[in-house]
Design a protein around this ligand. Structure first.
Ligand code: DPP
Ligand code: ZN
Length: 876
């Protein structure tokens, strides 16, 4: 496989003025007739080049140029392209291909899911439908005609406006769609099948009426209300915050069960993984609801940031994804508890992106090269990309930031743009110098910031001495300093924020500041500081860095109780817990007597548990110890089983001290009632479930009974699943088998809940979990053909660190074996599943050797390009 480089970018040799597609649907032999009006790119100054069209897994039936059919000698056709060596400067090409949607197991291009024809073209799936210049900088208006059997496909959909439909003499029927907005091929969509339609409408700011339609299978008819409400909220929010309106008369969403990604923003016709559409209280958890709200919004926001302005090439992927993730985060923050939303986003970043940035697949937000672009739909492109744009918002302020985004959209409307175009627009609107800031797009790795503070009582001066550095990443041994916004405040002894005055200020102003770190070392001095303050730095996690400060445990406990920035309240607690847990880990490792948790920490934790004032969601988050993944990320030689042991030891210690308070908290909030997704209700459930799972670490019979009742009498899936998970973790309990069977019987016909059944069992902590997973692989409902199902079992297994990283290496063997099988069917998902294998260098020596052996064995085999890239890069 070949590596593609950003530096090799060339403009397309031919432009497309019009696309006409004619689909004759059949499960195993769909015929696609394509008519392309092409012309030589004017930037070639009339010098003719060969016309190269991308195409894979296609059966070529016929090619015509300007009405004359070509003989095989007139063109070249190989596995990846069709080339016409010396075409006229302006031409019409007519191509007929045949494809096999039913046996398309990779789920790229046109395929069938439960008998429904659907497409996934981003990034390079369109070339599996017909020969085409399949690159995002070729934009064209599309006309699509779909013909099919009315019995199998009563619904025929494509992008844009429905312009014609009818029944043919032979009983088949057809529909014609026209999308007036020129678009790249990756935004093309076709859906055909037996679907019901739920309708609503939205009146835009300029009073246009937009028809909103959600298409699902009949059995899911009653599960779409929340998705529809979310869509309307997103439309309204984008008008209010960004002043952007929807541009077509119709917005369609289709839910299918088999989908590689979460959802896809095709112009006017989104295709969704049903996981991000279907919800009612009995079947969806709070987190499912929040996921739906966010993904519906995300895909909708792509209409501007992605579709109206798209990417020049796939190296610019973060241009649309980072920006759209940031916008969906802003939206969710406005809909729910903003503080907890930020905490959850940061926790996600640290759990997945930081390890990626520290591993063999580390790449900048704008990568310089790739082998398989599917492998670059990463947490770095998405989540770090969003953090980078969030920093721009912090530097510019919300108002100028929005102005900058609007300027970018106006300037590049209808075009394919670059990350540089975006930064240039923000630079102009914000009247700031972003020269150094641009390094965020070119340098990989998580910067490390070290801060030492000094308070001088005599001069009443408080000084921060800040240093930054960034570890080497593949291909980038040395790094230049980043431009980092550090939001900060100072707390007085009573916990209130002090007014801030930098030495260069004329007077004190405000209690929160943005310090801009642009060099490897910089000092900031505050004057008029009348007492020794406690520094609250990196408020709201204002930059995606690893921060080290010599905080005393008492200061952390103080900030945990008083910091006015809720993110930093949580963060102080996290830092305190990380320090405690790592100390226990080292004691165990060195065979020392364990000191247990410190009193400062145990008390601070208890204070949070009895806090009656703060947002319950925030409290629930504060009571959670850092995840095993996050702890692992702090160590150079990880023993995952030791991490689990230490974390459980800590939980048991907290339980033994605070059991009564936990029971009280559980009682106080575990009242049933109408299900509601308002932040208070969500927060209370989170708190209750946190208490329950901790109490169930050492349950007496009374508690087991309560947990069982919690499970049985739950009025919603959030409550039911929390109790289910707690019971599944109950050692030796007959209850365990009882609820396992009960959950299965009740939900075996509902795929999304069967997924939860698999993943909850695979996340179990008891010692037999590994054997349970082996049995589940043979379960009649387990299949690798459905990505959600594969992820529910294999993904949960690999996240279950202590089980996956068994000392005998059987966990590694099991996962690689499944990945091998998956790679034959669906390379994209197989490569995604292989991510945990790439982290071998961070393990302790014995496991490191075992995991490496599995990778070396895989490397020898005949792998897809997707998996090849992951395996090879991880072994370098
Ligand atoms: N559908 C994926 C997303 O929205 C890729 N564009 O992020
Ligand atoms: Zn996206």
């Amino acid at each position: 496989p070949q590596t593609k480089y950003l530096k090799d970018y060339l403009t397309p040799a031919y432009l497309v003025d019009q696309v006409e597609l004619d689909f004759y649907l059949s499960p195993t032999a769909t015929q696609v007739a394509s008519t392309l009006a092409l012309r030589l790119n004017p930037d070639r100054n009339g010098v003719i080049e060969p016309l190269v069209l991308d195409g894979e897994h296609l059966q070529l039936v016929a090619v015509e140029v300007d009405g004359v059919s070509l003989e095989p000698a007139d063109y070249q056709c190989d596995d990846v392209s069709l080339t016409i060596p010396a075409p006229p400067a302006q031409l019409t090409v007519h191509i007929i291909t045949r494809i096999d949607p039913l046996n398309n197991t990779a789920l790229e291009g046109l395929y069938q899911s439960n008998g429904i024809f659907c497409t996934q073209c981003e990034p390079e799936g369109f070339r599996k439908i017909t020969y085409y210049p399949d690159r995002p900088d070729v934009l064209a208006p599309f006309r699509v005609r779909i013909e099919g059997e009315p019995a199998d496909c009563p619904v025929l959909l494509s992008n844009g406006n429905l312009v014609d439909q009818g029944v043919l003499d032979d009983g088949r029927h057809f529909a014609c769609w026209e999308d007036p907005f020129p678009k790249p091929s990756y935004l093309f969509a076709l859906v055909a099948g037996n679907l019901v339609c739920l309708e609503d409408h939205f009146i835009t700011l300029s009073e246009r009426r937009v028809l909103l339609q959600i298409f699902v299978e009949e059995r899911n008819r009653n599960d779409c209300d929340f998705a529809m409400e979310s869509l309307k909220k997103a439309m309204k929010w984008e008008e209010q915050v960004y002043g952007l309106e929807y541009d077509l008369d119709r917005y369609m969403i289709v839910a299918v069960d088999d989908f590689n990604m979460g959802a896809m923003e095709n112009k006017g016709l989104n295709v969704f993984n049903s996981k991000y559409v279907l919800a009612r209280p009995e079947t969806a958890t709070d987190n499912d609801y929040l996921g739906i709200e966010a993904v519906i919004a995300h895909e909708y926001f792509h209409n501007w940031t992605g579709n109206r302005v798209t990417c020049r090439d796939w190296f610019q992927l973060s241009l649309k994804e980072g920006l759209t993730v940031l916008r969906d985060q802003q939206f969710s923050a406005d809909m729910q508890s903003a503080a907890v939303k930020r905490i959850d986003d940061v926790a996600l970043l640290r759990q997945y992106q930081f390890p990626e940035d520290a591993g063999p697949m580390a790449h900048p937000v704008r990568p310089e090269s790739y082998v398989e672009i599917n492998n670059f739909y990463t947490t770095t492109i998405y989540n770090k990309g969003a953090e980078v744009i969030r920093m721009l918002e912090t530097l510019l302020g919300r108002e100028r930031f929005v102005e900058g985004v609007r300027l970018y959209l106006k300037r590049h409307d209808g075009q394919a743009a670059t990350c540089e175009d975006f930064v240039a627009a923000l630079e102009q609107a914000g009247e700031v110098d972003l020269t150094r800031f641009r390094r965020w797009y070119t340098q990989a790795g998580t910067p490390e910031v070290q801060v030492v503070c000094h308070y001088d009582c005599a001069t009443q001066t408080f000084t921060l001495d800040c240093q930054q550095s960034c570890p080497a990443t593949p291909g980038q041994p040395d790094k230049e300093p980043f431009h980092l916004p550090l939001v900060m405040g100072l707390l007085g002894h009573d916990g209130t924020d002090l007014a801030l005055q930098l030495a260069s200020d004329e007077a004190p102003g405000g209690t929160s500041r943005v310090l801009e770190l642009t060099q490897s070392r910089q000092q900031f001095s505050f004057v008029g500081v009348q007492e020794q303050p406690v520094l609250s730095l990196l408020r709201g996690f204002s930059a995606p860095v690893r921060l080290t400060m010599e905080d005393r445990p008492e200061d952390l406990a103080f900030r945990m109780a008083y910091d006015s920035d809720p993110f930093n309240r949580w963060e102080a607690g996290q830092q305190l817990s990380v320090a405690e847990l790592l100390q226990l880990y080292r004691q165990q490792l060195e065979g020392q007597l364990s000191t247990g948790l410190s009193q400062v920490f145990v008390d601070a934790w208890g204070v949070v548990l009895t806090d009656n004032e703060a947002d319950e969601s925030l409290l629930a988050r504060m009571l959670q110890l850092p995840s095993e993944q996050y702890l692992a990320d702090q160590l150079d030689e990880v023993d995952p089983q030791r991490i689990r042991a230490v974390r459980e030891q800590a939980l048991r210690h907290l339980l033994s001290v605070h059991r009564e308070k936990l029971l009280q908290c559980y009682d106080r909030y575990s009242s049933a009632g109408e299900y509601s997704l308002n932040p208070v209700a969500v927060g209370r459930r989170r708190l209750v479930h946190g208490c329950l799972s901790l109490l169930m670490l050492e349950p007496d019979e009374l508690l087991q009974d309560r947990c069982l009742r919690h499970y049985q009498q739950a009025g919603n899936m959030t409550d039911r699943l929390a109790a289910f998970a707690a019971l599944v973790d109950c050692r030796q309990s007959p209850l365990r088998d009882q609820v396992k069977e009960d959950f299965y019987r009740q939900w075996k016909h509902y795929p999304l809940l069967l997924d939860k059944w698999f993943s909850t069992l695979a996340s179990g902590r008891h010692e037999n979990t590994f054997f349970e997973i082996e049995r589940l692989l043979l379960h009649p409902d387990f299949t690798l053909s459905n990505p959600n199902r594969a992820r529910s079992l294999l993904g949960a297994f690999a996240q279950n660190l202590a089980v996956f990283h068994r000392q005998d290496g059987n966990g590694y063997r099991l996962l690689t074996e499944q990945i091998r099988r998956l790679d034959k069917r669906n390379p994209q998902v197989a490569a995604r599943m292989a991510t945990p294998l790439t982290r071998w260098k961070r393990l302790e020596p014995q496991r490191r050797a075992l995991l490496r052996e599995e990778l070396v064995a895989l490397q020898q085999e005949n792998l897809s390009r997707d998996l090849y890239e992951i395996v090879n890069k991880s072994l370098v």
